[in-house]
Design a protein around this ligand. Structure first.
Ligand SMILES: NC(=O)c1ccc[n+]([C@@H]2O[C@H](COP(=O)([O-])OP(=O)(O)OC[C@H]3O[C@@H](n4cnc5c(N)ncnc54)[C@H](O)[C@@H]3O)[C@@H](O)[C@H]2O)c1
Length: 317
């Protein structure tokens, strides 16, 4: 909390309160911040308060900051009213470039120049999103992973006109509220983590298409194999440990050539209608009718335990 006082961020505006916005709002409230929300759709405030109610028990288990309260939420359907007094903005409107350009133009027009405007966008370039702003230097990406109230990673990157200071301030803010921000050095489609996921999905779809594995085999291979380690350490430290005493250097000398050989053999599938049907049927078969809310609840429960265990670990990066 002291870090945040240094940053002078006490009120966060959450613009757009769908899946991601509601989760961010819960996250900021749990950190003892005042949160001012806005969304133009009918019934948005009721849906937001209900979503925060659903997220709150997980946040209580993860630990609320002193003073954190759901009472510190306010809502206005009017954007400009909601932005009054905001020290930081987290935008979560629909993933539409023109809509975001216009939304950022409106936010930029009413907020003092030092207030950072961060977008949750999954794939839009900030160079475009900031293009109609008077103060584009404070516009940047703060890309979370669903659900942002539980997953620590945030990818922070500016557009061509964003200042280095704004990126640093956003990194500091996210770190101060317990996130693990990273800063991609270049604007690329999908940022970093979604590209890594896409690389894995590509081969998973390819292996199903080629009849090498069922959908369920792929899920077992990850969830009961390397996925267990990947939740604890990234792919490079994992490789380093696979190299034994010789570490990464030995591993690359020894297994680098076969890895390159596999790369050359990986597939580039298309999501054809036939493959789509195959994957959908495979997931249905794997889940055998288990309700989605049971799966989500169990996932969140295990995630809390994992996050707590990771926080208690001393040496893993
Ligand atoms: N869903 C994910 O897994 C995920 C993950 C990371 C980032 N994102 C990004 O987060 C953003 C929001 O995605 P979502 O999944 O929450 O979508 P969503 O459809 O659940 O929510 C979008 C919300 O924006 C509101 N809205 C519409 N017009 C608006 C306007 N002019 N001003 C403010 N709000 C407006 C809608 O009423 C809706 O509540 C997108 O940019 C998306 O790329 C999504």
């Amino acid at each position: 909390m002291s870090d945040m006082r240094n940053l002078k961020i006490r009120t966060v505006a959450v613009v757009g309160t769908g899946v991601i916005g509601a989760s961010w709002a819960a996250c900021f409230l749990a950190q003892g911040l005042d949160v001012s929300c806005t969304d133009p759709s009918a019934g948005a405030e009721d849906r937001l308060r209900a979503a925060i109610g659903r997220h709150w028990p997980s946040l209580e288990k993860l630990g609320l900051v002193a003073g954190a309260s759901r009472e510190r939420l306010r809502f206005s359907a009017d954007l400009e009213t909601a932005l009054q007094g905001a020290d930081f903005v987290q935008e979560n409107g629909p993933e539409n470039e023109q809509l975001k350009i216009d939304l950022f133009r409106r936010m930029d027009a009413v907020l003092p120049a030092h207030v950072i405007l961060a977008s949750s966008s999954s794939g839009l370039l900030m160079s475009k999103v900031q293009s109609a702003c008077r103060h584009p230097e404070r516009v940047l990406l703060g890309h979370p992973f669903n659900p942002p109230h539980m997953i620590p990673l945030v990818e922070v990157i500016g557009g061509q006109q964003t200042s280095v200071q704004a990126v640093q301030q956003a990194m500091d803010f996210y770190a101060a509220i317990g996130k693990r921000p990273i800063h991609p050095r270049k604007e690329v489609k999908g940022h970093i983590a979604n590209r890594l996921q896409a690389a894995l999905w590509r081969e998973a779809f390819h292996l199903v298409e080629q009849g090498v594995a069922t959908v369920s085999d792929i899920d077992t291979a990850i969830a009961y194999g390397p996925g267990l380690r990947w939740a604890l350490m990234g792919p490079f430290v994992n490789l380093h440990l696979s190299g034994g005493e010789g570490g990464m250097r030995h591993l690359l000398d020894h297994l680098g050539p076969p890895i390159e050989n596999w790369w050359a053999d990986l597939g580039t599938p298309s999501i054809t209608q036939a493959l789509k049907e195959q994957i959908v049927a495979g997931v249905d078969q794997e889940l055998d009718g288990t309700q989605q809310d049971l799966l989500t609840a169990e996932r969140d429960q295990l995630l809390i335990g994992l996050l707590q265990a990771k926080a208690a670990a001393g040496n893993l990066p």
